[in-house]
Design a protein around this ligand. Structure first.
Ligand SMILES: C[S@@+](CC[C@H](N)C(=O)[O-])C[C@H]1O[C@@H](n2cnc3c(N)ncnc32)[C@H](O)[C@@H]1O
Length: 338
């Protein structure tokens, strides 16, 4: 069966390409690191570079929690069984299926037949969990496979703020096996919480912070994955078919971002705080402007210890025109002393 790797996905702010930079800074500056807390994990790309450590992986979004369970949970899984289930879904003819997903999303981001299949898979995998056919890790691996396959064929430019009208929609979705070829610690912890709510509950060597930079809410861009992850089949609205997301918003995308970061940094129980924050400067689109100023970042981090800044030029994944090009990506490292 074909495989997928953790980076085979489009995600705003994904740091996969920056891993050599991040790893290099940690190796040079932090010495012996045994536990790594990815506080705003997103795809989990950064955690994937520290699988030799105990991992604590957190994200506010349920869809990222599920993918983190798949990639990093310490729970054992049966690779052969998962591959067999994925194959049986690939071979299943869903043309007679009608379900929440086909009723609400046919011929938008995906064709009707693909929506019939997505809804069928999502319902079935919950049944498998309930009846004990799969454990929670296996359940997460199957949903993760579904997310990655959807990303490959969605009629979007990388997120679900809108779909491309009139695009030719693929008639098939093929699931692939997540490629997990590393040994994990036995006590990894996967969390689905507000970063500020868990900051003081975790003891670690490094807390890596990669919060959203601007007012673009991830629950808006990835509402469709979140809908499938939570799967309580909400009403959806408008052309983009979004559900109510009022209880999913991040304070890091609002004017409260600076106060949030200050509270978070004050509460972390860690030897090092490593913060990613790019300096994309002032942009024409107001929502692209960074929420936290460099002065505030330095003031907040310095309150815990000595701060060093590392920079690299980097062109991140960006879906919008004229956004985020020619960025300089920065890492702020705080050696915690107080
Ligand atoms: C810049 S992205 C992280 C990207 C990630 N480092 C990667 O490589 O994929 C920011 C992430 O923070 C999450 N997030 C936003 N507000 C949060 C909060 N208050 N607590 C935890 N996670 C949050 C978003 O869901 C998003 O996945």
């Amino acid at each position: 069966m074909d495989i997928i790797n953790i980076n085979n996905r489009r995600y705003l702010g994904n740091k996969y390409k920056l891993l050599p930079f991040i790893k290099g800074v940690v190796e040079r500056e932090c010495g012996d690191v045994r536990s790594f807390f990815d506080v705003f994990a997103g795809t989990g790309a950064v955690a994937s570079a520290f699988t030799d450590c105990r991992l604590i992986v957190n994200d506010l979004m349920r869809s990222n929690y599920i993918t983190a369970l798949a990639w990093f949970s310490s729970e054992h899984f049966d690779r052969v069984k998962v591959a067999e289930i994925l194959s049986s879904f690939n071979n299943f003819n869903a043309s007679n299926e009608s379900n929440y997903f086909s009723e609400n999303f046919s011929d938008t981001y995906f064709s009707k037949i693909v929506c019939q299949k997505i809804g069928y898979i999502r319902d079935s995998v919950d049944e498998y969990l309930k009846s004990g056919v799969v454990n929670r890790r296996e359940w997460a691996l199957i949903i993760t496979s579904l997310f990655y396959s959807m990303d490959r064929i969605a009629a979007t430019c990388g997120h679900y703020d809108s779909f491309i009208q009139g695009a030719e929609l693929p008639q098939e979705i093929i699931l692939r096996l997540p490629n997990i070829d590393y040994n994990l610690a036995e006590d990894n912890l996967i969390l689905n919480c507000d970063a500020n709510a868990v900051a003081n509950t975790v003891n670690c060597d490094i807390a890596y912070l990669d919060p959203p930079y601007n007012s673009r809410q991830y629950c808006d861009a990835y509402h469709l994955l979140e809908n499938i992850a939570i799967w309580n089949k909400p009403k959806v609205f408008g052309v983009a078919r979004k559900m109510d997301r009022s209880n999913m918003k991040s304070e890091y995308c609002r004017t409260t971002a600076t106060a949030q970061l200050e509270e978070l940094v004050n509460n972390l129980k860690t030897r090092y705080i490593l913060l990613s924050y790019n300096n994309n400067g002032k942009k024409l689109q107001v929502r692209s402007n960074a929420k936290i100023s460099d002065d505030d970042i330095l003031r907040i981090l310095s309150s815990r210890g000595e701060v060093k800044i590392f920079t690299t030029d980097y062109r991140p994944f960006s879906a919008g025109k004229g956004e985020n090009t020619g960025n300089q990506e920065r890492l702020f490292l705080c050696v915690v002393q107080r």
